[in-house]
Write a protein that binds this ligand. Sequence first.
Ligand code: ADP
Length: 723
Amino acid sequence: MIHGHPVALRVVERSGDRIVSSTPFASVAQDAASILDTVPEAYVCLDSEFRFTLLNRARERLLGESRAHLLGKVFWEVYPALVGTRFGENCRRAMTERVPVACEDYDEASQRWYAFTATPDSDGGIVVRTVDITGRKRPGAAPTGEAVGFDQRAEERTGKPPTRQRSVSRLQHSLLAAAPLEDKLQTVADAIVRLFDADFCRIWLIRPGDLCERGCIHAEVHDGPDVCRRRDRCLHLLASSGRYTHIDGSAHRRVPYGCYKIGRVASEEEPKFVGNDVQNDPGVHDHAWARELGLVSFAGYQLRTPGEETLGVLALFAKHPILADEDALLDGLGSTVALLVKRAAAEESLARRTEELARSNYSLSESQRIAHVGSWSMEVPIGATACTWTPETYRLFGVSPDTFVPTAEMFQGLIHPDDRAAMQAWIGACLAGEEPPDLEFRVGLRDGSVRYILGRGHLVRNAENQPIRMVGIAQDITERKRAEERLKTALADLGRSNKDLEQFAYVASHDLQEPLRMVSSYTQLLARRYQGQLDAAANKFIGYAVDGANRMQRLIEDLLAYSRVGTRAKGFGSTDCTAVLEQALANLKAAIENSGAVVTHGPLPAVVHDNLLLAQLFQNLIGNAIKFHVEMPPRIHVSAGQKGDAWVFAVRDNGIGIDPQYADRIFTIFQRLHTNEEYAGTGIGLAICKKIVERRGGRIWVESQPGSGSTFYLTVPMGGDGV
Ligand code: ADP
């Protein structure tokens, strides 16, 4: 690795002759750092996880990377292209086998030779020393140590570093650039065919078996060793180069995990398989085919990064044997491809998450806007940093995210002065983890208006149970508050006007009684005294006057009775309905006798009520039942039954009946369905009944048809003791 660029290295292993030191560098790293800064050789220390623990100045210069940037980082993550190279493998060997290793390399970019040593230290890590040895090299000289295969031959011919190695290295560089994964895999397959003279090369990745049920040819195999048993781990062909270039044909488009040569390379413990006798290899499916094509070798490499699951397989067939150094380069390429696949998966998952986040952010902010609910979070301790508000929270508080910074202090400034103390106390309770009830508070807006907000907050703690932030919501409840206020005012107005009306009705009817009695008694006196002395017309007029006075008296009495229902103190107690009914019937004695009415009743309960009011109720209903009769004598039946937690009374008659369209109207004061000539009355009776029933929380209604009689129903809620 030179000038910060990873290059493939050719390694020559030697044992023990050029050991830097076995001193535990990491343990004396602090002291060593300053000493090492003064030496010209480049040193780097890696801990047992391959993390940079120390770099001296010379190394910094060589890499062109600052210490601050590298310290603590994992070597393989900074230089992924070195995974699987011989340099990488030797560093790994020094680390795991705890033996010193050495190698030399030529850096194309700087045109210099370097010697590397990797030495285990006593803390479980290694120390890598790099020395510039260009001066010791003659131009065209071969690197020291034992060279193998193609590379050495090339080097001996040209006196240059190996071209294939360089090409592989360049390829690894180019793969780091941004491009779709499929393109990169195809590039690798093409390069392998070209550089290693392969007959064909293919790359499969492990993915869920999308087409196993129908599309996969291996789904047809029902028994034997090649039955697919891992449909979640199917090998998908992603790149193909050389003799076969299609990836969507029927053959080998999918290979079952654990089946055939490829599937077995993927599933077996051994991370690779290299064989130079495919025509006789029992693992190769079709020997005739291999012979026909003249194939000699097969190499398959698991795509995986150290310690992790296999991601796929890179495989090639060639018409020549695969040599050791070729195998090493291919192995390195397999590791590079594994990193590419991993990176693509991470990028894809990041992109997916980013998109999901954007989508859920959008729905959150839309639903917050529609519901007028904002959310917020505040780091603990509060005051130090600004709170996080959603757009709707800014809108609720009447400020813009461009101009307003939502610190705790600025937030207090938005709150109505009268509500600030309550807000302080509420935040204090939230911070103490008390989960206080929701807080209603006001916010003064720029235009001078006030917005009502309902706040809810909750303290979030970390794994150590330490409070880390407060989160919550703010809901605009201005509309609800205004409606509540309007309702309260309307109810107060209604109560007042009802009281005024009752007072008026009472005073008017009470005070009118006296002059009316005078008018009535004097007209009666007039009638008695001058009977026969006046002409017929005068007699008729006196008759009208007496009748009018009587009617007015009834009206005033009824009005007085109506107003008394409201003003009478609530004297509710246990009331025996049979006794109350008898009282009402006694009051109606004359009317019952005159009409020949028959009034019957079923068993009646005791209820919680005012017995005088209840008697008046029965009297009015039975009185009407008698009054609105047909030719035959009235038959009236009173009954009661229990429904839910109320008593339901029914007063049924066989009278003229009522058109259902007037069923509600008749309970309104002064509403009558007949003239006074047809049926005498004031139109107040049923209004009194309604008021009595409602006073005790009940309901009254009628069911009737003209000519079929009527049934009046009323309910009396049961009292606490079941009556
Ligand atoms: P009033 O009896 O003085 O007319 P109410 O308030 O008692 O006043 O009754 C209102 C109207 O309801 C009556 O005028 C009548 O038309 C109708 N009504 C009440 N009770 C009966 C009934 N039992 N059968 C038929 N109609 C009835």
